[in-house]
Design a protein around this ligand. Sequence first.
Ligand SMILES: Nc1ncnc2c1ncn2[C@@H]1O[C@H](COP(=O)(O)OP(=O)(O)O)[C@@H](O)[C@H]1O
Ligand SMILES: [Mg+2]
Length: 398
Amino acid sequence: MRSALDDSHNAPADSSGITYTELPESAGRDTADQLRLLIENVTDYAIVTLDTHGHVASWNPGAERIKGYRAEEILGQHFSRFYPPEALAKRKPWKALEVAAREGRFAEEGWRVRRDGSRFWANVVISALYEDGRLRGFGKVVRDFTDRKQAEERRELERLREALHDRDVFLSVASHELKTPLTPLQLKLTSLQRLAENTPEGALSSARVARELDVARRQVRKLADLIEDLLDVSRINVGKLSLEPEPMDLAAAVREVVARYTPQAAQVDSTLTLDAPAPVEGVWDKRRLDQVVTNLITNALKYGAGGPVHVRVSTENGESCLSVRDEGIGIAPEDQPRIFDRFVRAVSERNYGGMGLGLFITQQVVEAHGGEIRVHSAPGQGATFTVRLPPGSAPSGR
Ligand SMILES: Nc1ncnc2c1ncn2[C@@H]1O[C@H](COP(=O)(O)OP(=O)(O)O)[C@@H](O)[C@H]1O
Ligand SMILES: [Mg+2]
């Protein structure tokens, strides 16, 4: 490889621009010939050698095909001419040689410029060529990855478009959901105001006022919960869902939620039953587990309205288990893995309200505790969600 890599760039080159050393031994000569033939016949790769300063010392047909220069035009020229101006401004070609000389190899993908000024996306590997411990030049192999890059960009664009579309859908769903409790709230407030205006001083029934206010308060609570869910999703997105674990009894916590939702169950003709024969102690975030139970029970009452909802808390194989079972519409097998993703809903928004955040948040909370959540369901046959929690002192943060 002596002449190819010599600092002088006037090395003899044959018609293809490949130069090679004449070895005295015929076997060596054969190998060099084969190597020359190989490089000469490769058109998918630009195979180029550079001298220690970066001047082109050999040029194969692949290089001509990819970069557009014929060997006689380019031999002796500095390889920086393949780089676009923005890369030259950052001194990229010289830095590439520095890295290759220091580390033996430099690889990157980036834009390069052809002879006609057009750009192509290049996959480049530069290797330092040493002889007797002395740097003799560089070997450079370049592939044209423009098609691949374009396909990648198309995929990325498609992905962005889908994300934007999902975001739009979510915005419309979220605004609809936020508006839903506002209507009855406004109605209640208006009717309360009329009542106050039309009732003589002192004659206003406090029971009546309390009833109206209770409805208003429930709508405010719904709004607050929706906003809290939205906040939770952004906390999760920035990795800030922190836990405040404390010793607690899961059975007692679940009992509280069941009591809270018993009136709502009655409203949709469901029965809400709890099977929690013994305390289930552990160190968990009480408020977050309340949220988990609430999400599972509200789903069961929403998607299993009119049927029984059964909640169970137990200890199995040293793990604390919570299960919520309904006999409602169930979930198709292909939807089961998706429903834990944010914004994902497997029902039509016309039939059921919801932002598709409950199970996402639930799963995040359960996993932050080191536990797991699973679903067993078949369409039309109800659904059972099972949460398993290690007793542990849970790790804080996610
Ligand atoms: N108990 C259930 N029965 C049937 N489908 C359910 C049940 N719980 C959740 N799902 C499905 O999972 C989806 C995601 O649930 P969730 O994250 O709580 O969102 P949301 O209740 O706001 O729709 C729901 O839209 C529904 O398709
Ligand atoms: Mg839900």
